[in-house]
Design a protein. Structure first.
Ligand code: 5GP
Ligand code: ZN
Length: 136
């Protein structure tokens, strides 16, 4: 069965579209965390960050920025989260890359990005930084 977000791009599944250009499509999330919760996706299907072409990803992020500014003008939130999940282990449900724009208000209690800060092992952190740098 074809991807639900590809169907939304083609108009085969209805959505509240906010923006569309040659490479990018943006629409309102049907289960909004807060007012203004929006999804920005590439028109060319790519499951996640590891599969998408760089030019498509940059096009998506450029639109994310513009839409974030528009949402801020309209809704005046206190803050905003951008979220982009890759893989089931990261909580991704729909396997077509998407960036969530989630407006936030102080005390909205939505529990996004509220992990506990626990100091890590310095040697381990240093070792990983080197290994990743070498892999660039
Ligand atoms: P994630 O894959 O990042 O966990 O989240 C998928 C997001 O897509 C969820 O926030 C969910 O509400 C949204 N979503 C799933 N199916 C549809 C749909 O058919 N229409 C719209 N507008 N949003 C959807
Ligand atoms: Zn798709």
């Amino acid at each position: 069965m074809e991807c639900i977000f590809c169907k939304i791009i083609k108009g085969e599944v209805p959505s509240f579209k906010v923006y569309e250009d040659e490479k990018v499509f943006a629409f309102m999330d049907i289960n909004p965390i807060n007012d203004g919760h929006m999804l920005v996706i590439p028109k060319t299907h790519a499951e996640n960050l590891f599969e998408i072409e760089e030019s498509d990803f940059l096009a998506v992020m450029s639109v994310v920025r513009r839409l974030s500014l528009a949402i801020r003008r309209v809704l005046g939130p206190d803050g905003m989260n951008l979220m982009q999940l890759n893989g089931e282990a990261a909580g991704q449900v729909v396997p077509h890359l998407h960036v969530h724009i989630v407006p936030r208000w102080g005390g909205d209690g939505k529990g996004i990005c509220e992990w506990e800060l626990v100091p890590g092992d310095r040697d381990k952190i240093k070792g990983l930084s080197k290994r990743i740098q070498e892999a660039l």
